[in-house]
Design a protein around this ligand. Sequence first.
Ligand code: DX5
Ligand code: ZN
Length: 221
Amino acid sequence: MFNHGLTTKVAPSILSADFTRMAEALKSMEEWGADWVHCDVMDGMFVPNITFGQQMIRDFRKNTNLILDVHLMVQAPERYIDEFIEAGADIITIHQEATTHLHRTILQIRDKGVKCGVAINPATSIYTLEEVLDDIDMVLLMSCDPGFGGQPFIPYALNKAKRLREMMGDRQIDIEVDGGVSEKNIDIILESGINAIVAGSALFKSQDPKKTCEILRNGNR
Ligand code: DX5
Ligand code: ZN
């Protein structure tokens, strides 16, 4: 177990909710004891799927005080960052693969006082982030190919997490995992140094989401 000193955050993915009942989904997440609302913005270009945009984030902001963790699966996200900040995002995560000038895009987020995450797809090396570690608040390790909820967990994300934690040294940077997380694999996930847990299907299909949320935070002790 890594001693990174960071608290574990649970971030239910609202992609798994009924899109006509988003306010109810936000209330449920509060009842489950969630920390963040993971918001998957998909543009139909960077990923094959299309979800929602700035207006939805603005409406989430009106309906919850939970931290809005906005995952932009958008090609050239620098075009929209200011609008997502204005809409009320607390954390904005961009993909390393989607922006040409990663450093500039990171600064565009951080200069406005918003937390910045950088996501990498399963096949992207953690070493593509080595130079920017001092400029970011979070790394999002995709444990599925982005685009859809309900896909299987790709186990080598765990090895990436361990090496990334070592590469981070004593920097206090969150490592988030996204894709196929469940009560079954949470123990090895938490042991790998990951401390922010995205879960869509595992929570929304659970018989007891509150209990599942607790297990995702603390493991099956
Ligand atoms: C996938 C999204 C995920 C998705 C995870 O592209 O980024 O956030 O909602 O869903 P589950 O937990 O069902 O794999
Ligand atoms: Zn996501």
